[in-house]
Design a protein around this ligand. Structure first.
Ligand code: FES
Ligand SMILES: [Fe+2]
Length: 423
């Protein structure tokens, strides 16, 4: 922690920028956080990106190639051919596996060598070598990879929001932020920013209801944590709950709630993974629950939400900044030693503690507590918008207490707060 500045005109005394917290932010192979993230399945590409040529990708500092072969199987291989290193992005996808362009070695999706055509027929080389490969799992239009130790591969986790009655799970946005993964996740448990960045400071980017300051609470769950943001909007109380699922997933409701009429738990969600490319670049990859009645095309679903990506002119972003601008401008890697955390940052602190505990568990040879080893029922989550008609207490402090109580009641599923079909 650097010295607190508490005098006017004192920048001269605080020019030093300490190093970021390496334990929480470095993602390369062999780093504590990198090993932690590699214990979980991570989305590495969208199925829509796999065409008739291989796709070069970089995930957590590793260069890889992803492709779908003629048998519709997906391969996730190390980029450089095990023979003499030519990039498999120039490989030829075959009926089974991929063939390196340089000397024709052909690799199956699990890395086994199927052919070394220039070698003598008696050669046993191909039985003694493998190309580096990672297991994949295709789900919801995303390609997931498991990049951890082979003997520690967990089952693919299913969240209850992957299946919601009346909604279709669709691959949605994929967009890059030029910054470290953790500050993107910090944002997911920082609901006060929805009142400022998305309403009061920049103009209403969602609904006007977001401009009402919320009573905030956070709570750990077996798989991560939630925030509960409860707002008074006239005669109504709006409870918005969002989940963070360790290590790098969060889900949230669409930002369409106006809070003008009662509504039982409404939970079409967007589920978002922050997948590091390296320490200073991160892909956000999304699945979204979409009501077919909205009439959205695939392209519309795939478009990043307002202000999420670098798709607006600089001047417009200066006048109406949004998530991309706030998160990526905290430096390429936010420096925790320079932060002055305040009461509304309790969720950020809780999230970092969850991540740090997971990192230290892995470093000590254990599983992070959020990792499921046994296949079970879908993981229960809480994300929802619930709106109740409840007149305000006359006294402002009493009304704030009332809002906090209502928030927790909604999360516990008490009263008229559960939608019948959803959970
Ligand atoms: S470098 Fe790939 S086959 Fe020779
Ligand atoms: Fe935001």
């Amino acid at each position: 922690m650097t010295a607190f500045l508490n005098r006017p005109f004192s920048a001269y005394l605080a020019r030093e920028v300490p190093a970021p917290d390496e334990e929480l932010t470095q993602v390369g192979p062999g780093t504590p956080c990198g090993e932690y993230l590699r214990r979980f399945w991570q989305p590495v590409a969208c199925a829509r990106e796999l065409g008739d040529v291989p796709r070069r990708i970089r995930i957590m500092g590793e260069d890889l190639v992803v492709f779908r072969d003629g048998g519709r199987r997906v391969g996730l291989l190390q980029l450089h051919c095990t023979h003499r290193g030519t990039s498999l992005e120039y490989g030829l996808i075959s009926a089974r596996g991929i063939r390196c362009c340089y000397h024709g070695w052909r690799f199956d999706v699990d890395g086994q060598i199927l052919e070394t055509p220039g070698e003598p027929p008696t050669s046993t080389l191909r039985h003694r070598l493998c190309q580096g490969a990672y297991p994949t799992h295709e789900f919801g239009g995303l390609i997931f990879g498991y990049m951890g130790p082979p003997d520690r591969r967990p089952p693919f986790p299913l969240y209850d929001t992957f299946e919601l009655p009346g909604f279709a799970l669709e691959p949605a946005g994929k967009f890059m932020l030029p910054c470290n993964w953790l500050q993107i996740k910090d944002n997911s448990m920082d609901p006060v920013h929805t009142s400022f960045l998305h309403a009061i400071s920049s103009g209403y980017q969602f609904t006007e209801a977001f401009g009402a300051l919320a009573e905030l609470a956070w709570k750990e769950t077996p798989f991560g944590m939630i925030y509960i943001a409860t707002r008074r909007v006239g005669e109504h109380v709006w409870v918005r709950v969002c989940d963070f699922m360790a290590p790098n997933v969060h889900q949230f409701t669409r930002e369409v709630e106006a809070a003008t009429e009662e509504k039982v738990a409404s939970r079409p969600v967007i589920i978002r993974w922050a997948v590091p490319v390296d320490d200073t670049h991160t892909w956000n990859m999304e699945l979204a629950q979409v009501d077919p009645a909205w009439g959205l095309t695939r392209d519309e679903i795939a478009r990043p939400g307002f202000g999420q990506s670098d798709d607006r002119p600089y001047e417009e972003r200066q006048r109406h900044p949004a998530d991309f601008d706030a998160q990526s401008s905290q430096r390429a890697i936010a420096v925790h030693a320079l932060e002055r955390l305040a009461s509304t940052d309790r969720g950020v602190i809780m999230l970092r503690n969850i991540v740090r505990d997971g990192i230290r568990a892995v470093a000590a040879g254990r599983d992070p507590k959020e990792l499921r080893r046994e296949p079970g029922p879908p993981i229960a989550t809480y994300t929802q918008d619930t709106v109740l008609r409840i007149p305000a207490e006359k006294d402002a402090e009493a009304d704030r207490r009332l809002l906090r109580e209502i928030g927790f009641k909604v999360v516990r599923g008490e009263g008229r707060t559960r939608s019948s079909g959803d959970r």
